[in-house]
Write a protein that binds this ligand. Structure first.
Ligand code: UDP
Ligand code: MG
Length: 302
């Protein structure tokens, strides 16, 4: 089984050569392999380091992006060059240990299509680990797959998964969820994790905020992409029905007792109106979504 390792690198000078040597040591004489370094517009000596290795070892391919496009695009460009049956992604910063490749392969051989790394003893600062824990809790709860560490850059995929899935923006970390929704078998393995020794981490707290928004996108796209009314219609109905009940109740009160009796119920009257309006808006939004989906579907047919 040929394996491809796709490694995105942004300003990772000093990490590239030791990583290559470690990978070579682990895989030599054991597997048919190739390595694809994607230089994501680095402004240090990353480019030179990659070129030097690619010049001496034909199994190493170099992709250079003209500027810093971010990890998702870097990975996508790398995937285009990958020819192996199993495709790995790992970080260039030496935090992921190439020794663990065998564990991933074992899971693939057992019949899984996607294997996600789980940094069991994560060697990152606390301010990164705590939000990550919370994030993963919600991912497991709502995403349909139980995963402890979806943000881990160390993952393995059967070639078909990469060929069939499409992802954009920052959605690469959710590939396991998208894959699961398409019927692929997803699992995880515990991996060793080392602290970053050289260079700086490229992500701060913003990563979690964007990650949270991306998660909403993923849940929406994997569950409701072709049935938006199921989501918006449900939310709308939940608001509309109590709103209607309140207004009908108040109308009955108006007709059955003296008109002044409504006076004490003004806040309730307004609440009812608010619920009705927002409910109708949400249902309309869902219908609009259905129209868009229908439009796309008929366009596809033509
Ligand atoms: N990376 C990249 N482009 C970017 C940011 C990061 O290719 O715009 C690469 C980076 O070089 C590393 C991996 O993505 O190989 C993970 O980044 P980092 O180690 O900074 O993230 P952390 O482990 O701190 O979450
Ligand atoms: Mg890192």
């Amino acid at each position: 089984m040929k394996i491809s390792l796709v490694i995105p690198a942004f300003n990772e000078e000093g990490n590239i050569t030791p990583l290559y040597q470690k990978i070579k040591e682990v895989l030599e004489n054991r597997h048919d392999w190739e390595l694809i370094f994607v230089n994501d517009g680095s402004r240090d000596r990353t480019r030179e380091e990659i070129e030097e290795i690619a010049g001496t070892d034909e199994r190493v391919k170099a992709v250079h992006l003209p500027t810093n496009f971010g990890k998702t695009i870097a990975l996508k460009e790398g995937f285009k060059k990958a020819t192996g049956e199993v495709i790995f992604t790992l970080d260039a910063d030496l935090q992921d240990d190439p020794e663990e490749i065998e564990k991933f392969l074992q899971k693939i051989e057992e019949g899984h299509d996607v294997v996600c790394g789980w940094r069991f003893h994560r060697r990152d600062p606390l301010w990164k680990r705590v939000p990550s824990r919370i994030f993963n809790f919600f991912v497991s709860l709502l995403g349909g797959v139980k995963l402890h560490d979806i943000n881990c850059g160390y993952k393995a995929f059967r070639k078909e998964v990469i060929e069939k899935l499409d992802f954009y923006g920052d959605l690469y970390r959710f590939i396991p969820l998208i894959a699961h929704s398409k019927g692929f078998r997803v699992t995880e393995v515990k991996v060793k994790h080392a602290p970053r020794k050289r260079g700086k981490s490229k992500y701060g707290w913003k990563k979690f905020y964007w990650g949270f928004l991306d998660f909403i996108t993923i849940i929406f796209l994997t569950h409701y992409r072709v049935k938006p009314l199921h989501l918006f219609g449900t939310m709308g109905t939940v608001l509309f029905l109590p709103g209607a009940a309140i207004e009908i109740g108040l109308a009955v009160l108006w007709f059955t007792s003296s008109p002044h009796s409504i006076g004490g119920h003004y806040p309730l009257l307004w609440l009812g109106i608010l619920l009705l309006i927002v409910g109708i808006q949400l249902i309309s939004l869902g219908l609009l979504g259905e129209m868009i989906v229908y439009g796309f579907m008929s366009m596809k047919k033509e």
